[in-house]
Design a protein around this ligand. Structure first.
Ligand code: CP
Length: 364
């Protein structure tokens, strides 16, 4: 590693309380002794990302390694997206996704056209998404879109000729959220990303408190977890719904050959879980619904000592603030790390990898 990059190490912005190191796993462990394979990331250039199924496992791992470099070193002096314009078109509410994408673009010296809600566009006059997509072609180099309708990505892609990144489509998917989720997990257990099988840890038991079929972030997380099925011993879905998956997910679970079970009994299973992914907000029909809210965790819950909790946020009563300063909290690392993971994706999709500093650790 060059001295120049060492000198430009980033200032930490999320210091964990003493003794709770999992709150802030160090990014360096993801790329030291495991350099980035840029040839894998180059395959993402110009690609639209609508679903987790648009990624391969090696792409997720290389994106996480690049994100870790971006988190570890100050990259602003390299102006990596200088000259690129990104539109963030949010036809549905967001705190984290829109702002972290915009922060990611601005930190790379790109420019942002921001639509914070659909009411400021021609949608208000009845304009179609297909026509709006045609306009985007002239205004920007990439579109990041969130919408209440599940078929919105498919519709805008009918006219869009610049890459689209799906930032959440109704009850469909949220693929960049699962990139952020897995970035947090890979920092926590870097051996999951190691090419050396002997460095990999024991298989983990993954618990989901929520309804993947109705919660796009949970669905995308589960789909991405299937890419790492050799590291997961079992998936346990704890839901109030008798069928929390829907047909597509059952097919994917069975194709991956992963062991899974559905239960409504949290108390019976929670103490055996290594990773807990939870959420209670679903966008159903035309409004937000609070599902599975009876499953609540707090610092007195019967968790394994080294279990970690992920949550896409926003949270309601299911995730008590008393867990925030415990070693179970991976959700703040997950939310903060999203900026760097989204930077890595933007650099790759916009074809800007050649502007990365030559000193970063890459496969030669
Ligand atoms: N995780 C997530 O999608 O958060 P926002 O709805 O705030 O973007």
């Amino acid at each position: 590693m060059s001295e120049k990059l060492e000198l430009n190490k980033r200032i930490e912005f999320l210091e964990p309380p003493e003794g709770t190191e999992t709150l802030r796993p160090k990014p360096v462990s993801l790329f030291e002794n495991n350099p980035i394979d840029l040839s894998v990331l180059k395959k993402l250039e110009g690609r639209s990302i609508v679903s987790v199924k648009d990624f391969e496992r090696d792409e997720v791992i290389e994106l996480a390694k690049l994100a870790a470099v971006l988190e570890n070193f100050e990259i602003a002096p390299y102006h990596i997206m200088d000259g690129k314009i990104v539109t963030t078109a949010f036809f549905e509410a967001s705190t984290r996704t829109r702002l972290s994408f915009e922060s990611a673009v601005l930190r790379l010296d790109g420019k942002v056209l921001s639509i914070p809600e659909g009411g400021v566009t021609g949608v208000r006059k009845g304009e179609s998404l297909e026509d709006i997509g045609e306009m985007f072609n002239a205004y920007c180099d990439m579109v990041i879109m969130r919408h209440t309708e599940t078929d919105s990505a498919e519709r805008v892609l009918k006219s869009l000729r610049v890459p689209l990144i799906n930032a959440g489509n109704g009850s469909g998917e949220h693929p960049t959220q699962s990139l952020a989720d897995w970035y947090a997990l890979l920092k926590w257990k870097p051996e999951l990303a190691s090419p050396d099988p002997s460095k990999r840890n024991k298989r983990m038991r993954l618990g989901i408190l929520g309804t993947p079929g109705s919660m796009r972030a949970v669905k995308s997380f589960l789909l991405m977890s299937l890419m790492f099925q050799d590291r997961i011993s079992r998936v346990i879905v704890i839901s109030q719904m008798a069928d929390p998956f829907g047909d597509d997910l059952v097919h994917e679970l069975e194709k991956a050959g992963i062991k899974y079970q559905v239960t409504n009994d949290m108390q019976k299973h929670v103490s055996k879980l290594d990773i807990i992914y939870m959420n209670s907000i679903a966008f159903l029909g035309d409004s937000y619904k609070n599902l599975d809210s009876e499953y609540q965790l707090n610092r007195n819950s019967d968790l394994k000592e080294d279990a970690v909790i992920l949550h896409p946020l926003a949270r309601l009563s299911e995730l008590d603030c008393s867990l925030d300063d415990t070693a179970h909290n991976l959700y703040f690392s997950q939310a903060h790390g999203a900026v760097f993971m989204r930077q890595a994706l933007l650099i790759s999709v916009s074809g800007s990898l050649n502007r990365l500093p030559k000193e970063i650790p890459t496969v030669k």
